[in-house]
Design a protein around this ligand. Structure first.
Ligand SMILES: NC(=O)C1=CN([C@@H]2O[C@H](COP(=O)(O)OP(=O)(O)OC[C@H]3O[C@@H](n4cnc5c(N)ncnc54)[C@H](OP(=O)(O)O)[C@@H]3O)[C@@H](O)[C@H]2O)C=CC1
Ligand SMILES: Nc1nc(=O)c2c([nH]1)NC[C@@H]1CN(c3ccc(C(=O)N[C@@H](CCC(=O)O)C(=O)O)cc3)C=[N+]21
Length: 326
Protein backbone atom coordinates (compact mmCIF):
# COMPACT_ATOMS: atom_id res chain seq x y z
CA UNK A 1 0.00 0.00 0.00
CA UNK A 2 1.30 3.46 -0.70
CA UNK A 3 0.50 5.83 2.09
CA UNK A 4 1.86 9.14 3.13
CA UNK A 5 2.32 9.64 6.80
CA UNK A 6 2.95 13.20 7.83
CA UNK A 7 4.80 13.73 11.07
CA UNK A 8 3.57 16.53 13.19
CA UNK A 9 4.98 17.04 16.61
CA UNK A 10 2.11 16.06 18.83
CA UNK A 11 2.33 17.28 22.36
CA UNK A 12 -0.68 16.68 24.52
CA UNK A 13 -3.55 17.71 22.35
CA UNK A 14 -3.41 16.08 18.98
CA UNK A 15 -7.08 15.17 18.77
CA UNK A 16 -7.57 17.44 15.80
CA UNK A 17 -4.58 16.05 13.92
CA UNK A 18 -5.78 14.63 10.63
CA UNK A 19 -5.39 10.94 10.37
CA UNK A 20 -3.54 10.23 7.20
CA UNK A 21 -2.88 6.58 7.47
CA UNK A 22 -5.36 3.78 7.12
CA UNK A 23 -3.70 0.45 7.75
CA UNK A 24 -4.26 -2.55 5.56
CA UNK A 25 -2.36 -5.27 7.35
CA UNK A 26 -4.49 -7.83 9.13
CA UNK A 27 -3.53 -10.71 11.32
CA UNK A 28 -4.08 -14.00 9.50
CA UNK A 29 -5.85 -16.52 11.67
CA UNK A 30 -7.30 -19.31 9.61
CA UNK A 31 -10.38 -17.62 8.19
CA UNK A 32 -11.62 -16.29 11.53
CA UNK A 33 -12.32 -12.64 12.20
CA UNK A 34 -8.97 -10.95 12.30
CA UNK A 35 -7.76 -7.67 13.69
CA UNK A 36 -5.74 -5.00 11.95
CA UNK A 37 -2.13 -5.01 13.02
CA UNK A 38 -1.11 -1.62 14.37
CA UNK A 39 2.42 -1.53 13.01
CA UNK A 40 4.44 0.55 15.47
CA UNK A 41 7.71 -0.39 13.86
CA UNK A 42 6.62 1.05 10.52
CA UNK A 43 5.05 4.19 11.98
CA UNK A 44 8.17 4.78 14.10
CA UNK A 45 10.35 4.54 10.99
CA UNK A 46 8.22 7.12 9.21
CA UNK A 47 8.38 9.41 12.24
CA UNK A 48 12.18 9.04 12.37
CA UNK A 49 12.37 10.04 8.69
CA UNK A 50 10.36 13.16 9.41
CA UNK A 51 12.54 13.99 12.42
CA UNK A 52 15.72 13.51 10.35
CA UNK A 53 14.44 16.06 7.82
CA UNK A 54 13.64 18.55 10.59
CA UNK A 55 17.00 18.04 12.29
CA UNK A 56 18.75 18.83 9.00
CA UNK A 57 16.57 21.90 8.42
CA UNK A 58 17.41 23.24 11.87
CA UNK A 59 21.12 22.59 11.44
CA UNK A 60 21.17 24.41 8.10
CA UNK A 61 19.05 27.32 9.32
CA UNK A 62 20.58 28.05 12.74
CA UNK A 63 23.58 25.71 13.03
CA UNK A 64 22.10 23.83 16.00
CA UNK A 65 22.15 20.03 16.32
CA UNK A 66 19.80 18.62 18.97
CA UNK A 67 21.59 16.62 21.69
CA UNK A 68 20.34 13.86 24.01
CA UNK A 69 22.25 12.81 27.15
CA UNK A 70 21.58 9.38 28.60
CA UNK A 71 22.71 8.35 32.09
CA UNK A 72 22.92 4.65 32.84
CA UNK A 73 23.70 3.48 36.36
CA UNK A 74 24.59 -0.16 36.98
CA UNK A 75 24.97 -3.09 34.64
CA UNK A 76 21.48 -4.41 33.94
CA UNK A 77 21.65 -6.10 30.57
CA UNK A 78 18.21 -4.96 29.41
CA UNK A 79 18.96 -1.34 30.35
CA UNK A 80 22.26 -1.46 28.46
CA UNK A 81 20.41 -2.77 25.39
CA UNK A 82 17.78 -0.02 25.58
CA UNK A 83 20.46 2.65 25.94
CA UNK A 84 22.34 1.24 22.93
CA UNK A 85 19.11 1.30 20.89
CA UNK A 86 18.44 4.90 21.88
CA UNK A 87 21.96 5.87 20.80
CA UNK A 88 21.51 4.14 17.43
CA UNK A 89 18.14 5.85 16.95
CA UNK A 90 19.75 9.26 17.66
CA UNK A 91 22.44 8.55 15.07
CA UNK A 92 19.82 7.52 12.51
CA UNK A 93 18.18 10.97 12.63
CA UNK A 94 21.30 13.13 13.14
CA UNK A 95 20.72 13.89 16.84
CA UNK A 96 23.91 14.01 18.93
CA UNK A 97 23.98 11.54 21.80
CA UNK A 98 26.03 11.72 24.98
CA UNK A 99 26.26 8.79 27.32
CA UNK A 100 27.40 8.42 30.90
CA UNK A 101 27.76 4.99 32.47
CA UNK A 102 28.18 4.84 36.21
CA UNK A 103 28.86 1.80 38.38
CA UNK A 104 26.05 0.16 40.36
CA UNK A 105 27.50 1.41 43.68
CA UNK A 106 27.57 5.10 42.65
CA UNK A 107 25.95 7.53 45.03
CA UNK A 108 22.85 9.59 44.33
CA UNK A 109 25.04 12.72 44.56
CA UNK A 110 27.33 11.44 41.81
CA UNK A 111 24.37 10.88 39.49
CA UNK A 112 22.98 14.33 40.33
CA UNK A 113 26.40 15.89 39.60
CA UNK A 114 26.25 14.56 36.04
CA UNK A 115 22.66 15.71 35.67
CA UNK A 116 23.70 19.23 36.77
CA UNK A 117 26.49 19.25 34.20
CA UNK A 118 24.05 18.30 31.45
CA UNK A 119 21.55 20.87 32.73
CA UNK A 120 24.23 23.54 32.14
CA UNK A 121 25.56 22.16 28.84
CA UNK A 122 24.14 24.13 25.89
CA UNK A 123 24.76 21.24 23.46
CA UNK A 124 22.39 19.02 25.48
CA UNK A 125 18.65 19.55 24.93
CA UNK A 126 17.34 16.36 26.52
CA UNK A 127 18.40 14.35 29.58
CA UNK A 128 17.26 10.78 30.23
CA UNK A 129 18.13 8.81 33.36
CA UNK A 130 17.57 5.15 32.51
CA UNK A 131 15.22 3.43 34.96
CA UNK A 132 15.18 1.46 37.14
CA UNK A 133 17.94 3.01 39.25
CA UNK A 134 19.79 0.85 41.79
CA UNK A 135 17.61 0.31 44.86
CA UNK A 136 19.82 2.40 47.19
CA UNK A 137 18.94 5.54 45.24
CA UNK A 138 15.86 7.68 45.70
CA UNK A 139 14.39 7.89 42.21
CA UNK A 140 12.46 11.07 43.02
CA UNK A 141 15.58 12.95 44.16
CA UNK A 142 17.36 11.98 40.96
CA UNK A 143 14.49 12.76 38.58
CA UNK A 144 13.78 16.08 40.34
CA UNK A 145 17.33 17.17 39.48
CA UNK A 146 16.64 17.15 35.73
CA UNK A 147 15.97 20.68 34.48
CA UNK A 148 12.29 20.72 33.48
CA UNK A 149 13.18 22.27 30.10
CA UNK A 150 15.36 19.22 29.29
CA UNK A 151 13.07 16.56 30.81
CA UNK A 152 12.46 14.65 27.56
CA UNK A 153 11.17 11.61 29.47
CA UNK A 154 8.45 13.83 30.98
CA UNK A 155 9.02 12.30 34.43
CA UNK A 156 9.60 15.53 36.38
CA UNK A 157 6.73 16.03 38.85
CA UNK A 158 6.05 19.47 37.40
CA UNK A 159 5.53 17.98 33.94
CA UNK A 160 3.34 15.18 35.31
CA UNK A 161 1.41 17.67 37.45
CA UNK A 162 0.68 19.87 34.46
CA UNK A 163 -0.39 16.80 32.48
CA UNK A 164 -2.98 16.13 35.17
CA UNK A 165 -4.39 19.68 35.22
CA UNK A 166 -7.05 21.09 32.97
CA UNK A 167 -5.89 24.14 31.06
CA UNK A 168 -2.21 23.42 31.70
CA UNK A 169 0.30 21.82 29.36
CA UNK A 170 3.48 19.98 30.28
CA UNK A 171 6.68 20.81 28.41
CA UNK A 172 7.08 17.08 27.67
CA UNK A 173 4.76 14.09 27.68
CA UNK A 174 6.23 10.70 28.74
CA UNK A 175 7.39 8.85 25.62
CA UNK A 176 5.59 5.51 25.95
CA UNK A 177 2.09 6.89 26.62
CA UNK A 178 2.66 9.54 23.96
CA UNK A 179 3.59 6.77 21.51
CA UNK A 180 0.38 4.87 22.37
CA UNK A 181 -1.80 7.92 21.66
CA UNK A 182 0.15 8.68 18.50
CA UNK A 183 -0.62 5.17 17.23
CA UNK A 184 -4.33 5.65 17.96
CA UNK A 185 -4.32 8.95 16.06
CA UNK A 186 -2.44 7.63 13.09
CA UNK A 187 -4.73 4.63 12.83
CA UNK A 188 -7.80 6.90 12.95
CA UNK A 189 -9.08 5.41 16.21
CA UNK A 190 -11.59 7.83 17.70
CA UNK A 191 -10.88 8.45 21.39
CA UNK A 192 -13.40 11.16 22.26
CA UNK A 193 -16.39 9.78 24.16
CA UNK A 194 -15.04 6.22 24.12
CA UNK A 195 -14.58 3.97 27.13
CA UNK A 196 -10.90 3.37 27.74
CA UNK A 197 -9.31 1.05 30.26
CA UNK A 198 -5.67 1.34 31.26
CA UNK A 199 -4.23 -1.71 32.95
CA UNK A 200 -1.35 -0.65 35.21
CA UNK A 201 -0.80 2.64 37.07
CA UNK A 202 2.96 3.16 37.08
CA UNK A 203 4.38 6.67 37.00
CA UNK A 204 6.10 6.04 33.68
CA UNK A 205 3.33 4.34 31.67
CA UNK A 206 -0.09 3.52 33.15
CA UNK A 207 -0.82 6.73 35.03
CA UNK A 208 0.28 9.18 32.30
CA UNK A 209 -1.48 7.01 29.67
CA UNK A 210 -4.73 7.37 31.64
CA UNK A 211 -4.21 11.14 31.95
CA UNK A 212 -3.58 11.47 28.23
CA UNK A 213 -6.67 9.44 27.30
CA UNK A 214 -8.71 11.65 29.62
CA UNK A 215 -7.30 14.77 27.98
CA UNK A 216 -8.51 13.28 24.71
CA UNK A 217 -12.03 13.08 26.18
CA UNK A 218 -12.19 9.33 26.74
CA UNK A 219 -13.95 8.01 29.85
CA UNK A 220 -11.11 6.27 31.62
CA UNK A 221 -10.92 3.42 34.13
CA UNK A 222 -7.68 2.21 35.66
CA UNK A 223 -7.12 -1.43 36.56
CA UNK A 224 -4.28 -2.38 38.92
CA UNK A 225 -3.09 -5.28 41.04
CA UNK A 226 -5.81 -4.75 43.66
CA UNK A 227 -8.67 -4.51 41.16
CA UNK A 228 -11.29 -7.19 41.65
CA UNK A 229 -12.52 -8.95 38.50
CA UNK A 230 -10.43 -6.91 36.05
CA UNK A 231 -11.95 -8.81 33.12
CA UNK A 232 -15.38 -7.32 33.88
CA UNK A 233 -13.98 -3.80 33.62
CA UNK A 234 -11.89 -4.53 30.55
CA UNK A 235 -14.95 -6.05 28.83
CA UNK A 236 -16.58 -2.60 28.58
CA UNK A 237 -13.57 -0.95 26.96
CA UNK A 238 -13.47 0.36 23.41
CA UNK A 239 -9.77 1.08 23.89
CA UNK A 240 -7.37 -0.87 26.13
CA UNK A 241 -3.84 0.19 27.00
CA UNK A 242 -2.11 -2.56 28.94
CA UNK A 243 1.11 -1.85 30.87
CA UNK A 244 1.39 -4.55 33.48
CA UNK A 245 4.41 -6.77 32.87
CA UNK A 246 2.54 -10.11 33.01
CA UNK A 247 2.89 -12.28 29.92
CA UNK A 248 -0.43 -13.06 28.16
CA UNK A 249 -2.51 -11.97 31.17
CA UNK A 250 -5.28 -10.34 29.13
CA UNK A 251 -7.25 -13.06 27.35
CA UNK A 252 -9.41 -12.82 24.25
CA UNK A 253 -12.46 -13.51 26.43
CA UNK A 254 -11.78 -10.28 28.39
CA UNK A 255 -12.23 -8.12 25.30
CA UNK A 256 -15.30 -6.46 23.85
CA UNK A 257 -15.63 -7.43 20.18
CA UNK A 258 -14.13 -4.66 18.04
CA UNK A 259 -12.01 -3.18 20.84
CA UNK A 260 -8.65 -1.58 20.02
CA UNK A 261 -5.76 -3.04 22.02
CA UNK A 262 -2.48 -1.25 22.69
CA UNK A 263 -0.11 -3.68 24.38
CA UNK A 264 2.78 -1.95 26.14
CA UNK A 265 4.02 -5.04 27.98
CA UNK A 266 7.46 -6.36 27.09
CA UNK A 267 7.84 -9.70 28.81
CA UNK A 268 10.61 -12.23 28.19
CA UNK A 269 9.40 -15.84 28.12
CA UNK A 270 11.51 -18.95 27.58
CA UNK A 271 11.76 -20.02 23.97
CA UNK A 272 14.14 -22.81 23.04
CA UNK A 273 13.74 -21.99 19.32
CA UNK A 274 15.06 -18.45 19.72
CA UNK A 275 18.85 -17.93 19.54
CA UNK A 276 18.59 -15.78 22.70
CA UNK A 277 16.76 -18.61 24.52
CA UNK A 278 13.78 -16.34 25.13
CA UNK A 279 11.25 -14.33 23.18
CA UNK A 280 9.31 -11.18 24.01
CA UNK A 281 5.55 -11.28 24.45
CA UNK A 282 3.04 -8.67 25.53
CA UNK A 283 0.55 -8.52 28.39
CA UNK A 284 -2.20 -9.50 25.98
CA UNK A 285 -2.59 -12.94 24.46
CA UNK A 286 -2.02 -11.82 20.87
CA UNK A 287 -3.49 -14.81 19.04
CA UNK A 288 -6.71 -14.63 21.04
CA UNK A 289 -6.96 -10.84 20.88
CA UNK A 290 -6.66 -10.93 17.10
CA UNK A 291 -9.87 -12.94 16.90
CA UNK A 292 -11.91 -10.46 18.98
CA UNK A 293 -10.37 -7.01 18.67
CA UNK A 294 -10.56 -4.72 15.64
CA UNK A 295 -6.92 -3.66 15.95
CA UNK A 296 -3.96 -4.83 18.04
CA UNK A 297 -0.33 -3.82 18.50
CA UNK A 298 2.17 -6.68 18.27
CA UNK A 299 5.07 -7.30 20.67
CA UNK A 300 7.75 -6.75 19.52
CA UNK A 301 7.12 -4.17 16.80
CA UNK A 302 4.31 -2.21 18.47
CA UNK A 303 4.71 0.36 21.23
CA UNK A 304 8.46 -0.23 21.86
CA UNK A 305 9.75 1.43 18.68
CA UNK A 306 7.23 4.27 19.18
CA UNK A 307 8.70 5.00 22.62
CA UNK A 308 12.08 5.63 21.04
CA UNK A 309 10.59 7.68 18.21
CA UNK A 310 8.79 9.88 20.78
CA UNK A 311 12.06 10.35 22.68
CA UNK A 312 13.65 11.69 19.51
CA UNK A 313 10.60 13.87 18.90
CA UNK A 314 10.77 15.31 22.42
CA UNK A 315 14.50 15.99 22.00
CA UNK A 316 13.90 17.82 18.72
CA UNK A 317 11.09 19.94 20.19
CA UNK A 318 13.27 20.74 23.17
CA UNK A 319 16.07 22.00 20.93
CA UNK A 320 13.54 24.04 18.94
CA UNK A 321 12.10 25.59 22.10
CA UNK A 322 15.49 26.38 23.64
CA UNK A 323 16.74 27.99 20.41
CA UNK A 324 13.42 29.60 19.57
CA UNK A 325 13.36 27.93 16.17
CA UNK A 326 10.01 27.85 14.31
N1 LIG B 1 7.00 -0.70 25.14
C1 LIG B 1 7.65 0.18 25.87
O1 LIG B 1 8.18 1.13 25.37
C2 LIG B 1 7.71 0.02 27.34
C3 LIG B 1 7.31 -1.17 27.89
N2 LIG B 1 7.29 -1.35 29.23
C4 LIG B 1 6.74 -2.62 29.71
O2 LIG B 1 5.43 -2.38 30.20
C5 LIG B 1 5.16 -3.21 31.32
C6 LIG B 1 4.81 -2.34 32.53
O3 LIG B 1 5.90 -1.51 32.84
P1 LIG B 1 5.85 -0.51 34.10
O4 LIG B 1 4.64 0.33 34.04
O5 LIG B 1 7.18 0.11 34.17
O6 LIG B 1 5.70 -1.61 35.28
P2 LIG B 1 5.45 -1.47 36.84
O7 LIG B 1 5.85 -2.77 37.41
O8 LIG B 1 6.03 -0.21 37.37
O9 LIG B 1 3.86 -1.33 36.95
C7 LIG B 1 3.02 -2.40 36.68
C8 LIG B 1 1.59 -2.01 36.96
O10 LIG B 1 0.76 -3.13 36.68
C9 LIG B 1 -0.05 -3.43 37.80
N3 LIG B 1 -0.23 -4.87 37.90
C10 LIG B 1 0.69 -5.81 38.23
N4 LIG B 1 0.15 -7.04 38.22
C11 LIG B 1 -1.15 -6.87 37.89
C12 LIG B 1 -2.23 -7.76 37.72
N5 LIG B 1 -2.10 -9.07 37.89
N6 LIG B 1 -3.42 -7.24 37.37
C13 LIG B 1 -3.58 -5.93 37.19
N7 LIG B 1 -2.58 -5.03 37.32
C14 LIG B 1 -1.39 -5.51 37.68
C15 LIG B 1 0.66 -2.87 39.01
O11 LIG B 1 -0.31 -2.59 39.98
P3 LIG B 1 0.04 -1.90 41.40
O12 LIG B 1 0.19 -0.44 41.09
O13 LIG B 1 -1.16 -2.18 42.23
O14 LIG B 1 1.30 -2.53 41.87
C16 LIG B 1 1.33 -1.62 38.42
O15 LIG B 1 0.47 -0.52 38.46
C17 LIG B 1 6.42 -4.07 31.49
O16 LIG B 1 6.25 -5.26 30.76
C18 LIG B 1 7.50 -3.23 30.86
O17 LIG B 1 8.58 -4.01 30.37
C19 LIG B 1 7.65 -0.33 30.08
C20 LIG B 1 8.08 0.87 29.60
C21 LIG B 1 8.17 1.13 28.18
N1 LIG C 1 14.12 6.73 31.74
C1 LIG C 1 13.57 5.71 31.09
N2 LIG C 1 12.81 5.97 30.01
C2 LIG C 1 12.22 4.95 29.31
O1 LIG C 1 11.50 5.19 28.31
C3 LIG C 1 12.46 3.60 29.74
C4 LIG C 1 13.26 3.39 30.86
N3 LIG C 1 13.79 4.46 31.52
N4 LIG C 1 13.49 2.14 31.32
C5 LIG C 1 13.00 0.97 30.61
C6 LIG C 1 11.76 1.25 29.82
C7 LIG C 1 11.51 0.26 28.70
N5 LIG C 1 11.57 1.01 27.47
C8 LIG C 1 11.54 0.46 26.19
C9 LIG C 1 11.86 1.18 25.07
C10 LIG C 1 11.89 0.58 23.82
C11 LIG C 1 11.60 -0.75 23.65
C12 LIG C 1 11.69 -1.38 22.30
O2 LIG C 1 12.09 -0.75 21.34
N6 LIG C 1 11.30 -2.66 22.15
C13 LIG C 1 11.35 -3.42 20.89
C14 LIG C 1 12.02 -4.77 21.06
C15 LIG C 1 13.42 -4.71 21.55
C16 LIG C 1 14.07 -6.08 21.66
O3 LIG C 1 13.90 -6.90 20.75
O4 LIG C 1 14.76 -6.30 22.68
C17 LIG C 1 9.93 -3.72 20.42
O5 LIG C 1 9.02 -3.74 21.26
O6 LIG C 1 9.76 -3.94 19.22
C18 LIG C 1 11.26 -1.47 24.76
C19 LIG C 1 11.21 -0.88 26.01
C20 LIG C 1 11.83 2.30 27.77
N7 LIG C 1 11.92 2.51 29.08
Amino acid sequence: MSSSLVFTDSSTSTASQPSLFIPQTTHKSGGEACAKVIDGKMVAKQIRDEIAAEVLKMKEAVGVVPGLAVILVGDRKDSATYVRNKKKACESVGINSFEVRLPEDSTEQEVIKFISEFNNDPSVHGILVQLPLPSHMDEQNVLNAVDIVKDVDGFHPLNIGRLAMRGRDPLFVPCTPKGCIELLHRYAVEIKGKRAVVIGRSNIVGMPAALLLQREDATVSIVHSRTKNPEEIVKHADIIISAVGQPNMVRGSWLKPGAVVIDVGINPVEDAKSPRGYKLVGDVCYEEACKVASAVTPVPGGVGPMTIAMLLSNTLSSAKRIHNFQ
